[in-house]
Structures are given as structure tokens and as C-alpha cells.
Write a protein that binds this ligand. Structure first.
Ligand code: ADP
Length: 290
């Protein structure tokens, strides 16, 4: 079916019957869904869709963006709507007109993330599950960060990797040793509102030259896990970290825990993209068990 007809029908449904589409542009960059810029008589919109009709993915992304918006710390695109049309599920967002970063971009971003991480909660987790990439991410409310991180982050992804044969069963005892050692290695900390998938691909620049974040996998967790993830694929300026620490100092020896936290995104990458990441997981585990 002609995408223009489908987009026209869903935009009319969300924005009113007099909306006319002037152009549709395919956007690259997404890992999972098809993404488009749709110019209309009512402005530009970002629409992504997937043909598997996986509406829960978009529903949880919209919920995450709404939680973000309520915390009022970092800009995110407004949610226009989500639903099912024809053969696919879709999400419509305000289109972000990227511009160049302001001179204070990284300093401001560090300060804003520090503020957002001070948005706290009575438990680790969230009221609903969501997705990390295309994989389910469970957020059952838990009072202990360490239990949460083991049971709802590491164990689930590790088991998935073993079940699919990407990681050998013979590695299970070592992973169990890591779980046993974790209470001595990472602090409990307090629940912080986290973006949950904070890598450079989900960081954009808004029209004022300030940070705007997309594609969250929101939950309340120990903020160290989020900062650790920002270092995994690079792209964040040192000014960002300096500014963050100025506004919300970290506990001593955070650097020593970075790789341990990054076992989670690395296991997610093993499950999403295959075996190339297995070695990184094995090396980290062996190092912490030494
Ligand atoms: P996926 O869910 O497939 O990972 P993303 O949400 O990451 O898709 O979006 C794909 C790409 O589209 C991003 O890398 C980004 O460049 C761009 N993008 C995402 N959201 C917006 C938006 N609201 N406005 C403009 N561009 C966007």
C-alpha cells in the first residue's frame, strides 16, 4: 500500500481532517523500525513503523517519553500518537530539526542529566515492562538495586544468550560467581530516573543547540549503570562528565565498576547482533573473578 495514503490517514486521525502531506522522506539510522520525516500542512512529523504490528514497543516508548517529560529536566520530542494501521504499528513524534550544538552543549547536558538522575522513586524498576532495542526489558519493582540488576538485567539476557547457543553452557558457573560477588563490587545507591539506552545514537541537538534525547528505555535504577553505558561506544565529551560530577558527585572508584555495569548492554548486543560481543563479556567476567 502507498505509504502516503497510510500516513495521510493516521495523521488526519491524530491531527484533524484538513492535514495535507507535502513530502515523505526515508530516514536511516534506526536499528529496528522504518523511520520517516513527513512534511505536512501542519508541520513536520517523525513517524516510525514496524510491520510486525508490535504496538507494545511503541506504547512503552511513548510512556517512557511521557515520564521523561514530567521530570522536566531534558528535552524530548512530543508524542503525537501511536496505534495500528493497515498491516503495521506506528509511533508519531514531533520532528526534531537538528542544529549545531551550542558552545555550552556538553556542560548543559551534564548538568541536565545530573538533575534528571536526582528524580528519585521508592523502588528500582517501573510500573511496566518496556524494551531494550527489540528485546523485552522487565522492571518489576524491587527494593534492592543489586537484586534488580542481577535478576532483571543480567540473568535474563545471559540466559537468553545461553538458550540461543551464543554463549556456551560451560560459562554458567562463572556468571553465577559474578552474581555472588556483585554485592561486594557495586553499591546499592538510590533509584534515579534513567533514560535506559543512553548512547550517542539516541542523543540529538534541538533547534536551540541544546540536547534532546530520543528512544528511551526508561526505568528507575542506580545512575552508575547509565553513566557507564555512555562510555561503551564513546561520543560523549569529557566536559559532559565534568559537569555531571560538579552537579551530582559520584561515589569513589566508579571507573572500576564501569565494565561490570556494561555487562548488561553487552549481553543485549550478544542477543541482538550475534556473537561478536561474546568475547567482551567473557573478558570482563574473567577480570572481575581474578
Ligand atoms: P529505532 O526505534 O528503529 O531505533 P530511532 O527512534 O532510533 O529508531 O530513530 C531512527 C533515527 O531517526 C534516529 O537515529 C534519528 O536520527 C532519527 N530520529 C528519531 N526520532 C526523531 C525525531 N523525533 N525527529 C527527527 N529525527 C528523529
Amino acid at each position: 500500500m502507498d505509504p502516503k495514503l497510510i500516513f495521510s490517514s493516521i495523521l488526519k486521525d491524530k491531527l484533524g481532517s484538513n492535514v495535507e502531506i507535502s513530502s515523505i522522506k526515508n530516514l536511516s539510522g534506526g536499528c529496528i523500525n522504518h523511520a520517516f520525516k513527513v512534511d505536512t500542512s501542519a508541520g513536520a512529523y517523525f513517524i516510525k513503523y514496524n510491520p510486525n504490528q508490535n504496538l507494545s514497543m511503541f506504547e512503552s516508548e511513548a510512556q517512557g517519553l511521557t515520564i521523561f517529560k514530567q521530570s522536566n529536566c531534558i528535552d524530548i520530542p512530543n508524542v503525537i500518537g501511536f496505534g495500528k494501521a493497515s498491516e503495521f504499528a506506528y509511533l508519531i513524534l514531533e520532528f526534531i530539526d537538528s542544529s549545531t550544538p551550542s558552545r555550552e552543549y556538553w556542560k548543559d547536558f551534564g548538568e541536565k542529566l545530573a538533575q534528571m538522575h536526582q528524580t528519585t522513586n521508592t523502588y528500582f524498576g517501573l510500573t511496566h515492562s518496556n524494551f531494550i532495542g527489540s528485546l523485552p526489558q522487565f522492571n518489576r519493582p524491587t527494593s534492592s538495586w543489586i537484586s534488580f540488576f542481577i535478576e532483571q538485567r543480567l540473568e535474563i539476557q545471559f540466559q537468553m544468550a545461553v538458550d540461543s547457543g551464543k554463549i556456551s553452557k560451560s560459562f554458567i558457573p562463572k556468571m553465577n560467581d559474578v552474581y555472588r560477588k556483585l554485592p561486594d563490587l557495586i553499591p546499592e545507591g538510590k533509584p534515579s530516573l534513567l533514560h535506559g539506552d543512553l548512547w550517542s545514537g539516541n542523543v540529538m541537538v534541538n533547534k536551540n543547540g541544546e540536547v534532546i534525547l530520543i528512544d528511551p528505555a526508561v526505568y528507575y535504577g542506580n545512575r552508575e549503570v547509565e553513566l557507564a553505558f555512555t562510555t561503551l561506544f564513546g561520543g560523549f565529551d569529557q566536559t559532559f562528565y565534568d559537569s555531571y560530577i560538579d552537579h551530582f558527585p559520584l561515589l569513589p572508584a566508579f571507573e572500576d565498576r564501569i565494565d561490570l555495569y556494561n555487562l548488561y548492554p553487552l549481553l543485549v548486543h550478544v542477543n541482538l547482533f550475534g556473537g561478536g560481543y561474546v568475547n567482551s563479556v567473557i573478558q570482563i567476567v574473567n577480570r572481575y573473578l581474578r
